[in-house]
Ligand binder design. Structure first.
Ligand code: MF3
Ligand code: CO
Ligand code: CO
Length: 266
């Protein structure tokens, strides 16, 4: 069942999203060779709690951490580990917060130091695909218009692999609500988008093939061919003419630019 949100509820979701974004920005400033994703997870967890939120991934279907941090061939749902990050790694940090009963969900992919031109393009195209999807999140369109926009740009235009097993979603009082928002599909198909529908749009895009498998930890999703993958996610509210983007990459991108260990020219 789809729950359309009141304006007051949308504002609460915006606050939760911004806390999640700010926690990603907070840890983005700490990314450097030698730090582990577990340290980043623990700092994000602490930041969310210090700002009156609850890390909503923790214990969700028994997920054991505050964040999903997916390195290189890990696409999404990466378990934080104690392994040190190194120059040339890419890492997606997916982070959520629950505040006043409403969930926020957002993700961003970082690159540590110098990366190849082909991986830079993967990051740029995946982020751009997110905004191409958001452009379609307006009253009167259908979910398939968002899906098609993401798939068409990443798969047809750039030949990337679009993950099929995982999808975007509605959210609000629950982290995952109806409808599903796949990153592949047909224009004009699927649920109609109505005013007040809040959805997470989250392209999960592989440099190589679309096939993925589950790591033996039971959660981390990895590319079958071992090539890198990118993941960017915004929570948005469907409105007339233009979606209202409730999460924001502003603080994250500022932290990315300010951290000399991170690549920001992609
Ligand atoms: N944040 C993920 C998403 O974008 C879901 C994470 S669920 C967890 O939908 F259990 F892995 F945390
Ligand atoms: Co997420
Ligand atoms: Co999500």
């Amino acid at each position: 069942m789809i729950h359309y949100k009141s304006n007051a509820e949308v504002e609460l979701i915006r606050q939760s999203c911004q806390l999640a974004n700010d926690s990603i920005a907070y840890v983005a400033a700490m990314i450097k060779p030698g730090i582990s994703t577990m340290e980043l997870n623990d700092k994000a967890d602490e930041f969310i709690r210090d700002h009156g939120g609850v890390p909503n991934f923790l214990n969700y279907h028994e997920y054991p951490y505050a964040c999903c941090i997916s390195v290189n061939d890990a696409v999404v749902h990466g378990f934080p580990t104690n392994d040190p990050l190194k120059e040339g790694d890419i890492l997606s940090i997916d982070c959520g917060a629950l505040k006043k009963g409403f969930h926020g969900d957002t993700a961003y992919t970082f690159a540590l130091g110098e990366i190849s031109a082909e991986v830079k393009q993967l990051l740029r195209v995946t982020k751009d695909a997110l905004y191409k999807g958001i452009e379609k999140a307006v009253v009167g369109n259908r979910v398939g218009d968002i899906s098609f926009a993401v798939q068409d740009y990443t798969e047809r235009r750039f030949g990337y692999g679009v993950v099929r097993e995982l999808v975007g979603h509605g959210l609000g009082k629950d982290l995952h609500e109806d409808p599903q928002v796949p990153n592949y599909g047909k224009r004009g198909k699927g649920n109609k988008l109505k005013d007040g529908l809040v959805i997470a749009i989250e392209p999960m895009i592989n440099l190589g093939g679309k096939e993925v498998y589950n790591d033996k930890d039971g959660w981390t999703v990895r590319t079958a061919d071992g090539k890198p993958a990118a993941h960017y996610e915004h929570t948005v509210c469907v409105r007339k003419n233009k979606a209202d983007v409730l999460s924001s990459f502003d603080s994250i991108e500022a932290a990315e630019k300010a951290n000399p260990n991170l690549c920001s020219d992609y």
